[in-house]
Design a protein around this ligand. Structure first.
Ligand SMILES: [Mg+2]
Length: 189
């Protein structure tokens, strides 16, 4: 089976979302406390971590594409500092909700781009997000979905109250021999 990935929504999954607003600079970007452990776990399972984020604040003129890029540079630097590595790739859609963009979630454009770019097997991929928009995008891209929410949205394949629970779900369904398993067997022997 080809390589797999965990697609990650950004705001509300990696960092605190700003209610009715946008993360416009590094000072407004605050990691959610359980993301570091989650990213480590994803890497240990042999999966890529790929961010897919809607940032229509750019289309609205509230920030520039360069602002978003600088936020992501900051995010990656902080991840390297805390975890030792950053996410593997970042896809941004800065189109407005009215644009009918095929890239903007709930459309699957960004995910399809990533599947092709990284030669991923959709059967070994997951979308993890905190809104129904993320879940729809994952389903339209043909991958499994995990909703991180206390609300019950029945369309998601799985629900998890937090990222730790999501990682447990992903690990339980991981069928590809991964470094994690090899380590386990070595230690057990
Ligand atoms: Mg979100």
């Amino acid at each position: 089976m080809a390589r797999g990935a965990v697609f990650l929504d950004r705001d509300g999954i990696i960092n605190w979302r700003i209610a009715d607003g946008y993360v416009r600079n590094a000072l407004e970007f605050h990691f959610l406390p359980d993301f570091f452990h989650f990213l480590l776990g994803v890497r240990q399972l042999g999966l890529l971590a790929i961010v897919v984020t809607n940032q229509q604040g750019v289309a609205k003129g509230l920030m520039t594409a360069e602002d978003v890029e600088r936020v992501h540079e900051h995010m990656q630097q902080e991840l390297v500092r805390h975890v030792g590595f950053g996410v593997d790739d970042i896809f941004v859609c800065s189109d407005s909700a009215e644009s009918q963009s095929r890239r903007r979630k709930p459309e699957p454009g960004m995910l399809l781009e990533a599947l092709q770019k990284w030669h991923l097997d959709p059967r070994n991929c997951w979308m993890v997000g905190d809104t129904i928009t993320d879940i729809l995008a994952g389903q339209r891209a043909g991958i499994r979905t995990i909703l991180i929410s206390h609300e019950n949205v029945p369309i998601a394949d799985f629900h998890a109250p937090n990222l730790e629970a999501a990682l447990t779900i992903i690990a339980a369904h991981q069928t590809v021999p991964a470094p994690y398993h090899n380590l386990f067997h070595r230690n057990a022997g």
